[in-house]
Design a protein around this ligand. Sequence first.
Ligand SMILES: *[C@@H]1O[C@H](CO)[C@@H](O)[C@H](O)[C@H]1NC(C)=O
Ligand SMILES: *[C@@H]1O[C@H](CO)[C@@H](O)[C@H](O)[C@H]1NC(C)=O
Ligand SMILES: *[C@@H]1O[C@H](CO)[C@@H](O)[C@H](O)[C@H]1NC(C)=O
Ligand SMILES: *[C@@H]1O[C@H](CO)[C@@H](O)[C@H](O)[C@H]1NC(C)=O
Length: 440
Amino acid sequence: MAPPANNLLISCILFCCLIAVSEAEAQPSFRPKALILPVTKDPSTLQYLTQINQRTPLVPVKLALDLGGQYLWVDCEQGYVSSSYKPAPCGSAQCSLANSKSCTIACLPSPRPGCNNNTCGLMPENTVVTRTSPSGQFGQDVVSIQSTDGSNPGKIVKVPNFLFTCGATFLLDGLAKGVKGMAGLGRNKISMPSRFSAAFSFHRKFAVCLTAGKGAVFFGDGPYVMLPNIDISKSLIFTPLILNKISTASEGEPSSDYFIGVNSIKINNKIVPLNTTLLKINEDGFGGTKISTVQPHTVLDTSIHKAVIATFAKELSGVPRVAGVRPFELCYNSTAIGSTRVGPAVPQIDLVLQSSNVHWRIFGANSMVQVKNDVICLGFVDGLGFVDGGVNPRTAIVIGGHQVEDNLLQFDLAASRLGFSSSLLSRQTTCSNFNFTSTA
Ligand SMILES: *[C@@H]1O[C@H](CO)[C@@H](O)[C@H](O)[C@H]1NC(C)=O
Ligand SMILES: *[C@@H]1O[C@H](CO)[C@@H](O)[C@H](O)[C@H]1NC(C)=O
Ligand SMILES: *[C@@H]1O[C@H](CO)[C@@H](O)[C@H](O)[C@H]1NC(C)=O
Ligand SMILES: *[C@@H]1O[C@H](CO)[C@@H](O)[C@H](O)[C@H]1NC(C)=O
């Protein structure tokens, strides 16, 4: 029977039209493909800092970058003034997205951002000093951020209801001067990359390119272009991201940290003898390798540190050693070491990944740290005494900031894989070479 089928078709078309119209109305006229945040390095704390504009009226909010952090949190106790702040009501969709398990029925005496009645809560964490606040209310506010075409910054776009958690003033202890919270980029639904992707329906991907100068975080897919017109997204090596099922921050949830599978370490192509059991994440969530922007240097389990130091020292035995400079153990008189495009001419360190021909190669610029005029040290530290390292470490290898500088890292949350560039210095560019001159 033709007529009913036609009717169905017509109503289908009408229905689709209606949907198309209402979607078009709901969306902002300009839809960015990607967003960009500049990142600088604080010289005294070695923290990587960024800034977003938030609230009504908009104010700049300085944040410490936390790659594995669960979400954006800011201090709401002091100086949070906004007419657009909205708490997340207990039982709301936002609260279930956040997997919140707590609800504040009444927060007295008078309501303010971070202290409202009937609001669900999370436990924001300062991951630099590993301190948490038990009463972080979940909510949303306006955020504005610059869009990008991958080569230059473009129009500024607004997200009216950007989810975040209210932290407390004491949580800022240990963060760089002027910082008001942390920008969590972790692998969960309420992290900043997830929220920006949801707001503008772009790929669940983001990239970080850190450097001693001014680097960047890109939200969304590439291109990621550095001067002189090099699209880094075209030449990445990929490795699976590994999910650690045990979170240190929220009980019963998977970790929001980015783990990769390092199977062995080679120095000058020689295998470093180590206990490979430590390189696997065990059922309690211990072991394995993660990437961190809150550790300025790579932190190794004590036994791995010992083995790496011994092999590296052996491979560089022709160069006079000088006394260690805390927190580093293995130091050299740099006047005896040549220099290359990729830093001091020292043995290369390979993190061997999913197969023997896929490795993350660490050259002198990333392995060595200049501590004095004529002293450079291997920038890997013993986890002993670190909350996240030590003889019985939680995580065997925490790849720190210095080791990822001038390497672009792309995190693909949908495909659960990491794309890495290796040192951009070998391609005659750096992470400070994004052209921040606006075209908008
Ligand atoms: C919050 O709850 C308290 C206790 O029930 C009540 O006295 C107060 O009026 C409530 N505040 C608001 C803004 O609803
Ligand atoms: C390797 O490390 C695991 C985990 O810490 C430990 O149980 C095991 O005894 C170690 N093996 C050796 C040979 O040291
Ligand atoms: C490094 O070597 C140079 C040249 O031999 C020497 O003058 C300098 O004192 C040495 N520095 C250290 C820290 O040993
Ligand atoms: C940076 O971008 C601006 C705007 O597109 C352009 O005018 C300028 O030439 C670029 N700078 C370099 C060094 O390419």
